[in-house]
Design a protein around this ligand. Structure first.
Ligand code: HEM
Length: 402
């Protein structure tokens, strides 16, 4: 096994053409890779990524740090968005993280997932009813994107009439750190502040009349002195950030994997009971959170190399998920794969709180889609992949006929 440390450039045609092939090469050549353009390191082996996820000396990277690259005047203008993000769980100091995690765990329970299941089914049917007569749709626009938005609207206790508004906010807020573009961050700030104002109005109603939604859970904790209203509202926006595009991408990427592997699609149609294991394989092969960031809080040793404190480290979950040391035939999409211990929801301290919800949404959505559309076919020559920095892709659209 190589113990060299080499430099790599992520912004090349080789990476764009096939990031999995590139990451296989990096894993074999340089388990700890240097990314000079990003002043960061990259880990690709399963054992190293798994250990880093569990390592308390590696903090989740605070995304607000991106703002430090802006001019002093821009930083001042964008102070409200910075303040909000530093209240998001996973971007706070460790003590606050534990406090928010305990709070959200009150809400994100198996019972909550069971309660939402019939709503997810109803939303999926409603979205398919809207396009049923046309015989064609863009799965991203018409199904994968609105479904998780509707679910988050439900979590937050927003009335049905405001669901479109939530999608519009999400479109502005979610790409906030895409490329560090000031105009994009300004737009995100405008929508985030609008959403905060909106949530404060709902919060006032929930204080008078609590319901079974996240906001009511947060407000009960506010009454116990555990969180402030600002923190509650900021973390509602985090849920949109964490749970909307991720789930949408899993549904859309998962469908492309099925189209690319007609034998697996046929098998799934014959054996719909394989859906849970198919969803795990979609997460492993093309999970939406392909790379996540960490910062070393003290000097650490990674893959046998010393890394100084303060360094930014990217953990390539997508590369760990295809490590041949752990997965047999790692590039094969096999919906019956056993012992599929992928890292697509992270691991350890920051493990995804919405994992069970995302699994259920994807399972129900694809199950209903395949049942209702026996003649479902791709209507594209090549999938409309768009790059997601630092490495990875998402679908801009996914036209199908049925
Ligand atoms: C397929 C869909 C999803 C994927 C792939 C995904 C992935 C992840 C990953 C990798 C992390 C860990 C980040 C890190 O270690 O830095 C994470 C954290 C988190 N996710 Fe998800 N997620 C998904 C859906 C959701 C949903 C639906 C929700 C809620 C509505 C959600 C809420 C969260 C929260 C609150 C955290 C932060 C946990 C913490 O800091 O303790 N996620 N997610």
């Amino acid at each position: 096994m190589s113990s060299q440390m080499r430099d790599y450039d992520l912004f090349t045609p080789e990476v764009m053409a096939d990031h999995h092939a590139f990451l296989h090469r990096v894993r074999a050549e340089s388990p700890l890779a240097r990314l000079p353009q990003l002043d960061a390191y990259l880990l690709t082996r399963y054992a190293d990524v798994n250990a880093a996820l569990r390592d308390k000396r590696m903090d989740s990277a605070n995304m607000a740090q991106v703002l430090q690259r802006l001019t002093p005047a821009e930083q001042q203008e964008l102070e409200p968005v910075r303040r909000a993000i530093t209240m998001w769980m996973g971007h706070t100091v460790p003590a606050d993280h534990v406090r928010f995690q305990q709070l959200l765990k009150r809400y994100f329970t198996p019972a909550m997932v069971d309660r939402l299941r019939p709503r997810v089914r109803a939303f999926t049917h409603e979205l398919l009813d809207a396009v049923a007569g046309k015989g064609e749709m863009d799965v991203v626009r018409d199904l994968a994107y609105p479904l998780p938005a509707n679910v988050i609207a439900e979590l937050l206790g927003m009335p049905t009439s405001d669901r479109e508004q939530l999608q519009a906010w999400s479109r502005d807020i979610v790409p906030i750190f895409g490329n560090g573009d000031v105009e994009q961050i300004r737009r995100a700030q405008r929508s985030m502040l609008e959403m905060h104002d909106y949530l404060r109005v709902i919060a006032a109603e929930r204080r008078r009349e609590p319901r079974e939604d996240v906001l009511s859970t947060f407000l009960a904790a506010e009454a116990e002195g555990i969180v402030t209203e600002d923190e509650a509202v900021a973390n509602c926006v985090l849920l949109l950030f964490a749970g909307h595009e991720t789930t949408a991408n899993l549904i859309a990427n998962g469908l492309v994997l099925l189209f690319d592997h007609p034998d697996q699609l046929a098998r799934l149609r014959q054996h719909p009971e394989l859906m849970p294991s198919a969803v795990e394989e979609m997460l492993r092969c093309d999970g939406p959170a392909g790379v996540i960031g960490r910062v070393a809080t003290e000097p650490v040793e990674l893959a046998g190399h010393p890394v100084p404190a303060g360094k930014h480290i990217y953990l390539a979950l997508m590369a760990a998920n295809r490590d041949p040391e752990v997965f047999t035939d790692p590039d094969t999409f096999d919906i019956t794969r056993k012992r599929n211990r992928h890292l697509s929801f992270g691991m350890g301290t920051y493990y995804c709180l919405g994992a069970a919800l995302a699994r259920m949404e994807t399972d129900e959505c694809l199950r209903i889609l395949l049942e209702r559309c026996p003649g479902l076919r791709p209507a594209y020559e090549v999938p409309d992949w768009q790059p997601t920095p630092p490495v990875g892709h998402r679908l801009g659209s996914l036209p199908v006929t049925f």
